[in-house]
Design a protein around this ligand. Structure first.
Ligand code: NAG
Ligand code: NAG
Length: 210
């Protein structure tokens, strides 16, 4: 059975690889992309672009230190965040969601690298209530940092992909920062593939034939 199944799947994966990619940029917060697959099956991808406001200073910080040495900025520092995500770089621009989670300085060398464990909870339009989970290494003084998307909920169920972060403003005195974020999200290939498989009558009949 296993070898017959493998044999039967091979031509399908070949067809998926032939899929063409349609992409148009609108410069907006989000855009949906479609893979037109020869079988007329559509697969969704989403690109997101927004700004992340990490505020440690003032009366209402959105990032609070919960552990670390007495002097902040050292290995072990851990913060819990509920940071606003906005459409534009200005904190007064439209809020598209919140980054909720934690980060910790997890590198002992001078290359300050954070461990990021963050859920991006979106609140705009059709994305309201859907989230993307990011877990990765963030060497904050590098120009562009890449972090893996490890999952999601709602419209982002089965999400995978990656996020790129680029700091556009940083206050060395307070630690406050504004970070531009791009997300390239897509349904995890294997999951999408098996969903397609299960929704394809021909293949289901073929499987029941055994
Ligand atoms: C942000 O927007 C406010 C109000 O619209 C404006 O006063 C301020 O100058 C803007 N800040 C920046 C950095 O553009
Ligand atoms: C998002 O959904 C919540 C709960 O369903 C609702 O209270 C809120 O008004 C919605 N926000 C937007 C911007 O649609």
């Amino acid at each position: 059975m296993a070898s017959s199944l493998t044999y039967s799947l091979f031509p399908i994966s070949f067809i998926l690889f032939l899929s063409s990619f349609i992409y148009t940029s609108t410069g907006a917060f989000s855009e949906d992309l479609s893979d037109a697959i020869l079988t007329k099956r559509m697969e969704k991808h989403t690109h997101l672009h927004f700004y992340f406001h990490d505020v440690l200073s003032g009366k209402h910080p959105s990032s609070i230190r919960i552990a670390g040495k007495p002097k902040p900025g050292a290995f072990g520092d851990t913060y819990i965040i509920d940071d606003a995500l906005t459409e534009g770089p200005n904190a007064t621009s439209r809020v598209v969601g919140r980054a909720q989670g934690m980060y910790a300085i997890s590198a002992q060398d001078s290359d300050v690298a954070l461990l990021m464990v963050v859920n991006y909870a979106f609140a705009l339009g059709k994305y309201n209530g859907s989230s993307i989970s990011v877990f990765g290494r963030n060497p904050v003084f590098h120009d562009v940092r890449e972090m893996p998307i490890v999952g999601g909920s709602g419209l982002f169920r089965f999400a995978s992909g990656y996020a790129l972060a680029h700091t556009i403003w940083f206050d060395f005195k307070t630690g406050d920062a504004i970070v531009e974020v791009f997300m390239f999200e897509g349904q995890r290939w294997a999951d999408g593939y098996f969903q397609w498989l299960l929704s394809s009558e021909d293949v289901v009949l073929f499987l029941f034939g055994f």
